[in-house]
Design a protein around this ligand. Structure first.
Ligand code: FES
Length: 103
């Protein structure tokens, strides 16, 4: 188990949408969804586009470049050309902060 890190204040998230946040040198995507906050790497694993510029529909993030899609809860690919799961991190809320656990 890794450590929990403060990522971004909850009130800085765009409601029902995806917000970028940096953790050190890593750019992450923070998703505000009907089941709570989920976090992934921001880079799409298909062609390196920024998922923070994508389109979020409930639990589905659609990549802005080739419209590949992933489930933000577990990272599984939902639509071509995405074929590999995206990297997701456990997230929680503490004292108004989104925290992520890094391996
Ligand atoms: Fe995301 Fe191609 S870069 S689907």
């Amino acid at each position: 188990d890794g450590d929990w890190h403060d990522l971004i204040a909850l009130d800085r998230l765009e409601t029902g949408w995806v917000t970028p946040a940096m953790l050190g040198a890593r750019r992450l995507a923070v998703y505000d969804t009907p089941s709570g906050i989920h976090v992934s790497l921001a880079l799409c694993n298909h062609g390196g586009a920024d998922l923070c510029d994508g389109y979020l529909d409930r639990h589905l993030i659609e990549c802005p470049l080739h419209q590949g899609a992933f489930d933000v809860r577990d990272g599984r690919p939902l639509g071509a050309p995405a074929t590999r799961p995206m990297i997701v991190f456990p997230a929680r809320i503490r004292d108004g902060m989104v925290q992520v656990r890094m391996p």
